[in-house]
Design a protein around this ligand. Structure first.
Ligand SMILES: NC(=O)c1ccc[n+]([C@@H]2O[C@H](COP(=O)([O-])OP(=O)(O)OC[C@H]3O[C@@H](n4cnc5c(N)ncnc54)[C@H](OP(=O)(O)O)[C@@H]3O)[C@@H](O)[C@H]2O)c1
Length: 421
């Protein structure tokens, strides 16, 4: 018996899924339905004649397909579609990070209730088997930290800026021309896209239910070409880093944020080039595990979708056993980390600037590690960097609130955490 599949949403990922599924019909998967609004304009040649093409999702939901692939994206009507498919006795595979980050637990509960499967391996890191690796491969560990690069567009931009010295605007334009960035790139650049994936990873790996808006995000647009110059001096790279860390001293606390950060240039995380992703999961028993590769694109994402289909075929559609340790709501969620920091200032040069900064930092018990100043900046806009020994970012923000009104700034100081592991 083959598992009958219906695709809803015949775009980039849907087309790749169809292409790969139809390349080999000897396996347990059979594509029978393809649905997209205004289907006539989406039809392609070369797929088997038995496939039923339709513009009406109800035809797929009322058909005999075993699994619905939701590949339209967005919250609605995708959410309604997934609920109707599950209630109608079908399993669902989705690549929709927005839907799963907002409604994943509710939809998983519904799937369990109706005895069907809901799989979302493609919703985080595209073709990289991070969700299945964490949820199943590492189910025997107790994970307490997940960190990584979860947005390929931001990584393309930052690694390109690092390699060429170009501005963010110029690099973004190139990313858009090469199809790596949307016309409106804000979800990628401002960390919104990575944050949705971090929410899903926190649920799957740390067993914590958290809402997107609880996790602070900072934009990579704060980073300028000069920061790569100073980062290089410090033997560091700058990347959009997503971190979720579970602390269980005095209750369950989640420390989580998506932001540009310095990482050692020779670290594995810094080696994710271009639009690649990396997910690092650290557990109490097995230590750190790393998943890396292409986190987006039609074909890599289709691989994750089809792997989910194979998992359903192997289980004959039955829901998986409950994972150990039901997901819980943390007692608190904070974006604060106790780590070294990088501060970059652009000032109108005059005597006493460093002394004024050091006095305020000392008031908050924050120690300066090093001062760096490259030659060649004009006195009217002199750029220099201070690195700080490990300190709590909340405490540092209080010090920066006192530093910000000082009259020598030409632009607001930039503060980036340094993640060393
Ligand atoms: N592309 C990637 O690299 C990637 C990676 C990981 C995850 N994902 C996720 O995969 C999903 C699909 O992404 P994609 O890149 O394939 O998007 P896409 O190229 O925009 O494809 C979406 C398709 O769904 C169709 N559609 C939209 N609303 C519909 C509706 N109400 N009824 C029927 N069809 C509808 C669209 O039709 P029109 O042509 O009329 O707009 C389009 O063909 C999203 O959740 C995305 O976040 C994508």
């Amino acid at each position: 018996m083959k598992l009958k599949i219906g695709i809803i949403g015949f775009g980039t990922v849907g087309r790749s899924v169809a292409k790969i599924l139809c390349r080999d019909d000897s396996g347990p998967l059979l594509l029978t339905h393809i649905c997209n609004r205004n289907m006539e304009r989406k039809k392609i040649e070369g797929l088997p004649a038995h496939i039923h093409w339709t513009s009406d999702v109800n035809e797929v939901l009322a058909s005999d397909v075993d699994v619905v692939l939701e590949l339209i994206g967005g919250l609605e009507p995708a959410g309604d579609l997934v609920r109707r498919a599950l209630r109608g006795g079908k399993s669902v595979v989705t690549a929709n990070k927005l839907l799963i980050s907002e409604h994943g637990p509710e939809l998983a509960d519904l799937a369990r209730k109706v005895g069907r499967r809901l799989e979302f391996g493609a919703s985080v890191a595209g073709g990289i088997p991070a969700i299945i690796g964490i949820q199943e491969g590492l189910a025997g560990d107790r994970l307490y930290r997940i960190a990584g690069i979860l947005n390929g567009t931001s990584n393309f931009i930052l690694t390109k800026m690092e390699a060429t010295g170009a501005t963010l605007e110029a690099t973004l334009k190139e990313a858009q021309e090469r199809g790596y960035a949307e016309a409106d790139p804000s979800a990628d650049i401002d960390g919104i896209d990575a944050r949705a994936k971090l929410v899903i990873l926190a649920q799957a790996g740390l067993r914590l239910r958290v809402r997107s808006e609880q996790i602070p995000c900072r934009s990579i647009s704060l980073v300028e070409a000069v920061d790569f110059m100073y980062a290089r001096e410090l033997k560091c790279a700058i990347r959009q880093i997503s971190v979720a860390q579970k602390d269980t001293v005095n209750g369950v606390r989640l420390r989580a944020a998506v932001q540009p950060a310095l990482v050692p240039a020779d670290s594995l995380i810094a080696h994710a080039q271009g639009n690649q992703n990396i997910v690092m999961a650290t557990g109490e028993f097995a230590g750190r595990m790393i998943f890396a590769g292409y986190g987006a694109g039609g074909d890599p994402t289709a691989v994750a979708v089809i792997s989910d289909l194979y998992a359903i075929a192997r289980s004959a559609g039955a829901p998986p056993e409950a994972l150990p340790g039901a997901a819980e709501v943390p007692d608190s969620v904070t974006g604060d980390f106790t780590v070294p920091h990088y501060l970059r200032f652009v000032v109108r040069d005059r005597p006493g600037i460093v002394a004024a900064l050091a006095t305020i930092l000392a008031k908050y018990d924050i120690s300066i590690d090093a001062l760096l100043q490259k030659p060649g900046f004009p006195h009217s806009a002199l750029s220099f960097v201070m690195t700080l020994e490990a300190c709590d970012s909340a405490e540092l923000n209080r010090a920066l609130a006192e530093i910000a009104p000082l009259d020598f700034h030409v632009e607001p100081p930039l503060c980036l955490p340094v993640f060393v592991d």
